[in-house]
Design a protein around this ligand. Structure first.
Ligand code: FNR
Length: 392
């Protein structure tokens, strides 16, 4: 449609192309915000590898495949129908990119019928995001898991998410402490600490956290933001790890699918299966946590061989286009998460910008499959048979 109609928001003079929108968005953002979204861990080795890994696989098209209409992109995850195997990755503090932050992003998600994963580090409350996502919106909740001494806060977050209609729980395992991020450190910037800028927008809306803060300091969070922000940050990034045994606690307190985000080894994927969670996200956090790491795509097929079909396998880190999505699904992912691309859409065009990015990714995936003679995203049609490795 955009070929004929054009876009209906003031846009960059470009059709969506992730690298161009990244460049443009970064040129328009404050140095702090750019450092936060573009800046990765260390020398960006992991991030660069994430993206480069897609180039090692090429799509080999089939010719003269006759079928009616367009390829079927729909799929089912945990009994929910998805229009395409795509969801929005959890991204924290979106208000630093646009004043409407999570509200704009989650509205765009609902409009495009793409599931929205809300971050614990959100700048908007769980309840407000649910309201903006609406009755028909598909929403999942991402947990930054407080240490066990704060189980009461964890329970409060889970109960609020459940009550607000978030149907699946993504537990991020790679960020109990923030990575070595030179851009943020050079800028002396940590969005979670900048209480003066974004105030209660840090997600310090949790009633249990607020009550405990009042007991400790005798004042409300808003009256002592400089103390509250670092305390909240230490709560959700406790600096210490949980263990596999602890998963039981989440299973006791969450009625619904649990997905472990940040898995990069076969051994951990198998442990996830053993402890009885419903899914994993093969992810290295977009290379934002550990530098010198592997590409996330590189480990995907091996992990799929070990646990695929027995649990739901999500994939993220490095997806920039519809062709990338086709490759990840062909390598066995049941659904992909997209992070930075929609953040750049948000920075450039607010809600419309996010909508445009989502629409473009779905559209490009559809065309990619159409031109490859692939009838659906189902495993019988979209599988490794579509790919060759360029370095083989
Ligand atoms: C993230 N990511 C992330 N993950 C998470 O579990 N909770 C969070 O709050 C955040 N916050 C966040 C902020 C920003 C600015 C970025 C770019 C990323 C990681 C995210 O969910 C996802 O794993 C990566 O973004 C995937 O890589 P790409 O798509 O950005 O290459």
């Amino acid at each position: 449609q955009t070929y004929t109609r054009g876009l209906d928001f003031e846009r960059p003079p470009l059709t969506f192309q992730a690298d161009k929108w990244e460049e443009l968005a970064c040129s328009r953002m404050s140095a702090d915000s750019k450092g936060y979204v573009y800046g990765s861990a260390g020398a960006h080795e992991t991030t660069n590898k994430n993206r480069a890994a897609f180039k090692k696989w090429s799509i080999v098209p089939n010719r003269l495949v006759k079928y009616d209409g367009f390829p079927d992109l729909s799929t089912e995850i945990f009994g929910e129908k998805l229009v395409a195997p795509i969801a929005m990755a959890p991204v924290g503090v979106l208000k630093i990119f646009n004043p409407d932050g999570e509200i704009a992003a989650t509205r765009a998600a609902a409009k495009e019928a793409i599931p929205y994963i809300l971050s614990t580090a959100s700048a908007t409350s769980i309840e407000d995001v649910a309201k903006a996502n609406g009755e028909d919106g598909q929403r999942w909740y991402q947990l930054y898991w407080p240490s066990r001494e704060h189980d009461d806060i964890t329970i409060s977050l889970l109960q609020r998410a459940k009550k607000s209609g978030f149907s699946a729980l993504f537990v991020t395992l790679d960020t109990y402490i923030l990575g070595w991020r030179p851009a943020d450190m050079d800028n002396g910037y940590n969005p979670f600490m900048r209480a003066d800028r974004i105030g209660v927008a840090l997600g310090m809306t949790d009633p249990v956290f607020r009550q405990q803060f009042k007991e400790r300091h005798g004042v409300e969070v808003e009256e002592k933001m400089d103390t509250a922000a670092p305390e909240w940050m230490r709560t959700i990034f406790p600096g210490e790890n949980h263990c596999w045994e602890d998963i039981k606690f989440l299973q006791q307190h969450w009625d619904g699918p649990i997905i472990l985000k940040g898995i990069q080894t076969i051994a951990d994927a198998q442990k996830a299966l053993e402890v009885g969670v419903q899914g994993i996200v093969v992810s290295n956090h977009g290379g934002r946590q550990q530098d010198g790491g592997n590409s996330s795509l590189g480990v995907l097929p091996h992990i799929v061989d070990a646990v695929g079909g027995k649990m739901t396998v999500f994939f993220d880190s490095g997806i920039q286009s519809g062709a990338d999505i086709a490759k990840a699904v062909a390598l066995g992912a049941d659904c992909v998460l997209v992070g930075r691309p929609y953040v750049y859409g948000l920075a450039l065009g607010g809600e419309k910008g996010v909508e445009h990015v989502l629409k473009s990714l779905v559209g490009e995936l559809e065309l990619t499959l159409h031109l490859s003679g692939v009838k659906s995203v189902g495993k019988k049609d979209l599988n490794r048979g579509l790919l060759v490795r360029e370095d083989d």
